[in-house]
Ligand binder design. Structure first.
Ligand SMILES: [Zn+2]
Length: 257
């Protein structure tokens, strides 16, 4: 085992322990980040439809409030209570979001946001424009941009970053007939200039990949998200919708693990 994988293994155990003792979110919210939901064992970011179903069943059984990301952003801007809400987000626009995730979300009546890399639309593993429209028109799924080509935005010139962000927004606007308002930074990679561009273009909220929960002190254009991937155990999932994830981040920082 390499040092990095030992650290992540140890971190995972800490989070699992904290999940048993941490309090609920109260007036905070947790934004979860998913990618693909499929049986692919070789893809770290993918979880199986069965595991995803178990997680949704857990949220439903615990009567957790699952709200759209746009609603969370609205509440943050209006200084309204967050009520321990959970927000579901999916990055990149995988086709299984339509074939496997969308039917389950309809069953649970859980809203979600899909951040689409627009150059991938209609390619074999990704949603088509028609599928994105159908989900958008259901009123349950928000479709928002995630750039044209999924670059590391902080590494681009201002003009290129502006094009990646602005054009992907325009393409979705053409497909959906409504103006996207939310953005996700690919790889969670951004600079102060990237945030300025996102603000100038007119997005009302943007999400990163930094773990933690959200409260009213959060920067609305740099909201944290908790990743749910193939390494996430059920206890860790539990921890990611409670204060455990914040304790874990603080512990990790103080112990430098
Ligand atoms: Zn992505």
């Amino acid at each position: 085992m390499t040092r990095a994988s030992f650290r992540s293994y140890l971190g995972g155990i800490f989070l699992q322990i904290l999940a048993y003792i941490a309090p609920s979110l109260k007036n905070r919210a947790s934004i979860l980040m998913y990618h693909s939901v499929c049986e692919r064992k070789d893809y770290f970011s993918a979880i199986s439809p069965e595991v995803f179903n178990q997680q949704m069943a857990y949220l439903a059984a615990k009567k957790r409030k699952v709200i759209p990301l746009a609603e969370l952003v609205r509440r943050l801007r209006a200084h309204e209570p967050l009520g321990g809400a959970v927000v579901l987000t999916f990055d990149d626009g995988y086709r299984d979001n339509y074939t496997d995730v969308f039917p389950l979300l309809k069953q649970y009546r859980f809203p979600a946001t899909i951040f689409v890399t627009t150059d991938y639309i209609g390619t074999p593993e990704y949603c088509s424009a028609e599928e994105l429209c159908e989900m958008h028109e259901s009123g349950l799924i928000g479709i928002e941009p995630h750039t044209l080509t999924h670059p590391k935005l902080a590494h681009l010139s201002r003009a290129d970053a502006l094009r990646e962000i602005g054009e992907s927004r325009r393409i979705l606007e053409d497909i959906l007939g409504t103006t996207p308002t939310l953005f996700a930074y690919p790889y969670g990679n951004f600079s102060n200039e990237t945030v300025d561009i996102v603000c100038e273009i007119g997005f009302t909220g943007a999400v990163t990949v930094a773990p933690g929960t959200v409260d009213h002190n959060a920067d609305i254009l740099q909201l944290p998200r908790n990743s749910v991937d193939s390494s996430t155990t059920f206890s860790q999932f539990h921890g990611k919708v409670s204060r455990a994830i914040d304790w874990y981040v603080a512990l990790k920082f103080s112990l430098r693990i």
